[in-house]
Design a protein around this ligand. Structure first.
Ligand code: 5GP
Ligand code: ZN
Length: 114
């Protein structure tokens, strides 16, 4: 998707602050962090929202979470704990329409979320 910000990160047009990359997944620091550690984990494949996920994409979500686990360990937040969030559409606050998992840690999280 030529007009998608996160596809530009994937194809190298714009370089984010990358913390992890493999064949299927890219992880980088959020530009407006909401916690001491705030990383976005995205599939390299463009999928706009969770609503667009198809059965053939089953492995993509697994890969996002396996990468999140790896990055949490790398960032030193695995044992203390962290939160993962995928916002879907307007009421959840999704602003970038290329699916992304927020990995948040380094502070105590409130529940319920706002
Ligand atoms: P959403 O609100 O869609 O769940 O999350 C989008 C996230 O992307 C936000 O946390 C926002 O700060 C982050 N973001 C938006 N533009 C950029 C950017 O240019 N670079 C990075 N690293 N993060 C961005
Ligand atoms: Zn995209």
């Amino acid at each position: 998707m030529s007009d998608c910000l996160f596809c530009k990160f994937v194809n190298g047009d714009i370089k984010p602050d990358t913390v992890y990359e493999d064949d299927d997944v890219l992880a980088f620091r959020d530009i407006n962090p909401q916690a001491p550690t705030h990383i976005l984990v995205i599939p390299k494949q463009h999928i706009s929202t969770l609503n667009d996920l198809q059965p053939k994409d089953e492995a993509v979500i697994g890969k996002l979470y396996l990468a999140a686990k790896k990055v949490a360990d790398q960032e030193g937040i695995a044992d203390a704990g962290y939160r993962t969030v995928i916002n879907c559409n307007e009421q959840a606050g999704q602003t970038v329409f290329h699916i992304h998992l927020h990995l948040l840690g380094g502070r105590t999280m409130a529940w319920p979320p706002g």
